[in-house]
Design a binder for this molecule. Structure first.
Ligand code: ZN
Length: 137
């Protein structure tokens, strides 16, 4: 069994923004030389998420709108007294900070409409995403 780790840099341009990082994850798996195993994609941040879903432009807007509905900005949060970004933390908790995908035949296994999406919740920022591939070469 082998373990391979690499870090992606994701630069975001808006406060809330979904970025398709599927190609980067695919390249990381290819670069690992691992053929069969799993790939773990992990955001090292408290105000960003990682999800698997469809990068259709209308749906991306729906996700942003729904996050704003569920966790409105500045709704009297305690954390806003010290950092003014409680909504970003709470939205990140809802989404989760990592996903794990199977790796088969040297590639991440994804359904036709599935992509790996990094979700910026307090941008614009430069973010770090850790990709760990574990398995057999
Ligand atoms: Zn904060």
């Amino acid at each position: 069994m082998a373990v391979y780790r690499t870090e992606l840099t994701v630069k975001t341009e808006r406060r809330v923004q979904l970025v398709d990082i599927t190609d980067d994850v695919r390249e990381a798996v290819e670069g690992s030389g691992i053929r069969e195993g799993i790939v773990h994609v992990y955001s090292r941040h408290t105000t960003a998420g990682v999800i698997v879903n469809e990068p259709e432009s209308g749906l991306l807007k729906d996700v942003v709108n729904k996050l704003e509905d569920l966790v409105p900005e500045g709704a009297g949060y305690e954390h806003d007294k010290v950092d003014n970004n409680a909504d970003a933390h709470l939205r990140a908790i809802l989404l989760g900070s990592s996903v794990t995908l199977p790796v088969s035949d040297g590639a991440p296994v994804l359904g036709t409409w599935q992509s790996v999406l990094f979700v910026e919740l307090d941008g614009p920022r430069t973010r770090r995403v850790l990709v760990t591939v574990v398995g057999d070469e």
